[in-house]
Design a protein around this ligand. Structure first.
Ligand SMILES: Nc1ncnc2c1ncn2[C@@H]1O[C@H](COP(=O)(O)OP(=O)(O)OP(=O)(O)O)[C@@H](O)[C@H]1O
Ligand SMILES: [Mg+2]
Length: 277
């Protein structure tokens, strides 16, 4: 092959004409996206529009009503059980709510996927668990139970579990929900670090504007009104130049009806008469 001819690399993940439905209720139609290897791809949209549902389709927990999902150019939706199983092992997932098993210590939680999917010995697993917990800043917390940790620490433990098998692709659903801004910033830094150290592709659902702009290479906006993905691109480009006013408003945290529907409220009379002070 002529090396001077540029080739377009196969996307790590490709979503083709995806319809998502629960029985007769079609949640989203005709979603298309190509996610490149090593990028952080953000799924955004209003509450209840279908972000978590899209993530569940990507990891094969839900089957498309129509369309296909491909990994490295191979059809995952139509794959047989062996191929699907092989793919699933390459995924690291942090679900919304990030549930850890409450009756298990952090070390036991992180060891779970290793015991399930790898042929490693107990001692080897214990070593990896220590490394992964250290990577997310939880060195020394191996024997703690989830209830003994703060929300941010539990999220980080969930991350440690998601990366236990050195996944090629990480899926995070609202990783910073419920965390204070500083903890949320640290989590963003950690996600960037993990992407770089694992060389992973990352798909994140998030509402946090700071996160979207800090970590997102590209974003897709799911629009509940039109029931499809109305925009894709770099988050700042979408905020400043998307032709869709709903997308620009979402990314600049403005009400889309601002200035149109709500006239300013009449000034309330001052309850304190300054002349009487
Ligand atoms: N298993 C299911 N069966 C039927 N309907 C479902 C199921 N799971 C989700 N839904 C519906 O699909 C819609 C989208 O849900 P989803 O959890 O994907 O939204 P979301 O964008 O992640 O919202 P949030 O930002 O609040 O997390 C909701 O109306 C929800 O009720
Ligand atoms: Mg959700």
């Amino acid at each position: 092959m002529d090396a001077s001819i540029p080739t377009t690399p196969t996307p790590k993940i490709e979503i083709r004409h995806l319809d998502m439905a629960f029985g007769p209720f079609v949640l989203m139609r005709d979603i298309n996206a190509a996610i490149r290897s090593g990028e952080i791809f953000v799924i955004i949209g209003g509450s209840g529009c279908g972000k978590s549902t899209l993530l569940r389709h990507l990891i094969g927990f839900l089957q498309p009503a129509r369309g296909d999902i491909l990994y490295d150019g191979r059809n995952f939706t139509a794959a047989g059980p062996d191929e699907r199983e092989r793919r699933l092992r390459q995924f690291g997932v942090l679900f919304q709510g990030g549930a850890l098993w409450s009756s298990m210590t952090l070390a036991e939680n992180v060891a779970l996927p290793l015991a399930q999917y790898s042929p490693l010995s107990q001692a080897e697993i214990a070593d990896i668990v220590r490394v992964k917990l250290a990577l997310v800043g939880l060195k020394g917390f191996e024997d703690y139970y989830p209830a003994e940790l703060s929300g941010g620490m539990r999220k980080r433990a969930g991350l440690a579990r998601a990366i236990a098998l050195d996944p090629e692709i990480l899926f995070f659903d609202e990783p910073s929900a419920g965390l204070d801004p500083l903890t949320s910033q640290r989590l963003d830094a950690l996600i960037l670090e993990l992407r770089d150290s694992l060389g992973a592709t990352v798909v994140v659902v998030t509402h946090e504007l700071d996160s979207i702009f800090t970590i997102g290479d590209r974003a897709i906006f799911l629009d509940a009104r039109t029931r499809t993905a109305t925009a894709q691109g770099h988050p700042r480009d979408l905020r400043d130049h998307s032709p869709d006013p709903g997308v620009r408003a979402f990314l600049s945290r403005r009400d889309v009806l601002e200035g149109i529907a709500t006239p300013p409220a009449p000034a309330a009379p001052d309850p304190i008469d300054p002349t009487r002070l």
